[in-house]
Design a protein. Structure first.
Length: 131
């Protein structure tokens, strides 16, 4: 049994298989997931697990080069955006319209669906390299 890091096998497998610039999405409970994109559904009930809990866990194992969020997050859920900035540190965060954001999920390797009910609690993480 794995004793540290992510215990969720599908998430761990996706992260282990990412190459430079491949993307994964961490999503709220309502983000539409393209039928061609792998869905990793963690949602149990409203708020469980939360978007931020899931992001923190993923960041323990994923080298992130850049991130993308919907620009609507900045006005509708500004506290969440500030928390993301804090967690990502120097990682650049691109903002795009929610419509563009949703189209970008089509090329993601996977979408991790949380139980989050906060509007626009979605992020696309682009894999970096550790060398």
């Amino acid at each position: 049994m794995k004793k540290i890091g992510l215990l969720n096998q599908p998430i761990s497998t996706v992260i282990a298989g990412l190459g430079h610039t491949d993307t994964i999405v961490i999503a709220d409970a309502g983000l539409p997931i393209p039928p061609t994109t792998q869905r990793i559904d963690l949602a149990l009930t409203q708020g469980i697990p939360s978007f931020l809990e899931t992001l923190r866990a993923v960041l323990l194992e994923l080298q992130v080069e850049q991130a993308m969020v919907a620009e609507e997050m900045l006005t509708v859920s500004p506290d969440l955006y500030r928390e993301i900035q804090s967690l990502l540190g120097a990682v650049p965060i691109e903002t795009v319209t929610h419509t563009i954001f949703k189209s970008e999920t089509e090329s993601a390797r996977a979408v991790i669906r949380t139980g989050e009910f906060t509007p626009y609690a979605n992020i696309i993480l682009s894999a970096g390299v550790i060398f």
